[in-house]
Write a protein that binds this ligand. Structure first.
Ligand SMILES: NC(=O)c1ccc[n+]([C@@H]2O[C@H](COP(=O)([O-])OP(=O)(O)OC[C@H]3O[C@@H](n4cnc5c(N)ncnc54)[C@H](O)[C@@H]3O)[C@@H](O)[C@H]2O)c1
Ligand SMILES: O=C(O)[C@H](O)COP(=O)(O)O
Length: 525
């Protein structure tokens, strides 16, 4: 009988469903990482919320683990590349708590507008300070959404009901979707300059980390009020404190913090600052939704092999599985690669299957490409919803099949239309099972896309490889594999290195400073 550990507080419905489906379940919450490491080896499944950190160390100790189920949306507490490397499926419940979280953002907006927590404390202290608490109306004010996905969309809808004007900054929001949502798509600078209230609804990524930095906070309208119910790390907390102290920022409400649990913070006690302990998803309705969904999805996988809402694995039937699985792994990696290397709105993705690949059912391959691609923009994508999400974002998806073989017996090519023109990557299967990148933006390479990688574009010149090797050696970074390609001798060259750890900002800065380097980026698969 499969055995699951529920390691964060979850509605009792989850345990009930596991038992009804023939899955043994233990509920042990509040363990330290060391304690979790000591027991995780017994379990086939791990059901979590945001408290449990599923790190590489935990996964290494999880010798029987097959599935991690997140009762909620954000999976930034799960090392997905490490889980994928170990063949552990990671699932979430992408929509179960969206309404509840949007409502929390609206509640905090009202609380800021009328200083409700301070007025309550003062009144209950017997002060009756009627003249101290002068609020502002929400009607006709401008709400700036940073991130216009599921939750941002619900917040916009509720804000329209409050007669607010909504502007949104989201580089992946298409003009059509903006019209549908009734929001004005603007640049970040425009939003900062115009919004009376700013609310954040993005995942925490390299692009969104510190999106409200000291510099950006200084560009906000005097008297702005800021709400964060998304992720700690999107706002520079020190700069926020300074902005509140100076009076430039009239109020801020945080549900999420850089360090959680946030037992202390320089923000605590600051006038016009409101905080809640990551309560965005904490309503009875949302917790019942996510508990039922996660238990059903995990039980399905453990008992029948069915896959729903997986972030790192395609859904597929038993007959197609053996042939399609390696192609989907290849497609997902190619999609992720173009996603990580492209920025801004992508109006079209073309997936071209050539040779043996053209004889297969294209749908799972296309879904795998889209899922890998969109995974770089949102936590809520999986094989099932990737085509839908792509459509919603106005991405035209083209499938092309050529049964004739080219240079390779089988090939999958992914091309994206960008502002700079069409860019494509291509990969094949070695020995019918091992995915390999064979072409990157017109340059022939041969690389395994796995774990953490360093991508460098440079001018082909003698001595470059030695210099980069020395730099990595001095930084204590171990190189796993080393792949090179170039357009022509002395022309543009590309370097893909697999490294044991995430590429740090310092290392990237060092690489970018090397002579001849045009681009350098850290990638993760
Ligand atoms: N406080 C809580 O308890 C709570 C509850 C649920 C969700 N969340 C968090 O809220 C966030 C949003 O959830 P969602 O369901 O709306 O996700 P979503 O994926 O539907 O939407 C995220 C949006 O952010 C946009 N985005 C990505 N990069 C961006 C960038 N650089 N700049 C601006 N926008 C960018 C995406 O295009 C997308 O539209 C997630 O981080 C989630 O974990 C928090
Ligand atoms: O991403 C989410 O779903 C929220 O952050 C909810 O987190 P929680 O399950 O720990 O409340």
């Amino acid at each position: 009988m499969p055995k699951v550990l529920i390691s964060d507080k979850m509605d009792p419905k989850a345990a009930q469903i596991f038992r009804e489906r023939g899955v043994e379940v233990d509920e042990i919450t509040g363990k330290t990482p060391e304690e979790l490491k000591a027991i995780i080896g017994q379990y086939d499944g791990l059901a979590i919320r945001s408290s449990t950190k599923v790190t590489k160390e935990i996964l290494d100790a999880a010798t029987n683990l097959k599935v991690v189920g997140r009762a909620g949306i954000g999976v930034d507490n799960v090392d997905i590349p490490a889980a994928s490397a170990k063949g552990v499926v990671v699932m979430n419940t992408p929509f179960g708590n969206s309404i509840t979280t949007a409502e929390h953002a609206i509640a905090l907006m009202f609380a800021l507008a009328r200083q409700l927590p301070e007025a309550d404390a003062s009144t209950q202290a017997g002060k009756w300070e009627k003249n101290r608490f002068m609020g502002v109306e929400l009607t006709a004010k401008t709400l700036g959404l940073i991130g216009a996905g599921n939750i941002g969309g619900i917040v916009a809808d509720r804000a329209h009901g409050l007669k607010m004007k909504v502007v949104a900054y989201d580089p992946f929001l298409t003009p059509e979707r903006a019209v549908e949502m009734g929001v004005e798509k603007v640049t970040l600078d425009e939003l900062l300059a115009r919004a009376d209230f700013i609310t954040l609804h993005t995942p925490l990524t390299d692009q969104t980390r510190n999106i409200l930095s000291a510099e950006n906070l200084a560009k906000t309208k005097p008297g702005v009020r800021i709400i964060n119910c998304a992720r700690g790390g999107l706002i520079d907390e020190e700069a926020l404190k300074a902005g509140l102290d100076s009076g430039h920022i009239a109020g801020a409400a945080l549900d999420v913090f850089v360090t959680e649990p946030a037992k202390e913070s320089p923000l605590f006690g600051t006038p016009n600052f409101i905080s809640t302990p990551h309560l965005g998803a904490s309503t009875t309705e949302a917790q019942v939704n996510v508990a039922i969904q996660v238990a059903e999805q995990m039980a399905d996988y453990l008992v029948t092999g069915g896959v729903t809402n997986a972030l790192n694995m395609p859904s597929l039937s038993a007959e197609e599985a053996p042939k399609l699985k390696p192609y989907m792994a290849l497609a997902e990696k190619l999609g992720s690669l173009v996603g990580q290397l492209s920025h801004g709105v992508i109006p079209r993705i073309s997936i071209h299957a050539e040779g043996a690949a053209a004889e297969l059912n294209p749908k799972p391959i296309v879904s795998a490409v889209l899922s890998g691609f969109l995974r770089t923009q949102t936590d809520t994508v999986n094989m099932v919803n990737a085509p839908f999400l792509a459509r919603e974002r106005g991405i035209e998806v083209r499938e092309i099949r050529t049964e004739r073989e080219g240079d390779y017996h089988t090939l999958v090519r992914v091309s994206v239309k960008t502002e700079a023109g069409e860019r494509s990557v291509a990969g094949t299967l070695f020995g019918d099972s091992a995915p390999r990148l064979v072409e990157l933006f017109g340059i022939k390479v041969e690389a395994d896309l796995a774990g953490h990688m360093l991508y460098v574009v440079n001018e082909d010149a003698p001595g470059f490889i030695g210099r980069i090797g020395t730099l990595l050696g001095e930084a204590g970074v171990n190189i796993g594999t080393f792949h090179l390609g170039r357009r022509q001798a002395g022309g543009e060259a590309v370097l893909l290195l697999s490294v044991d750890d995430e590429v740090s900002a310092e290392l990237l800065a060092g690489v970018k400073a090397l002579p001849g380097v045009k681009t350098a980026m850290g990638l993760a698969f």
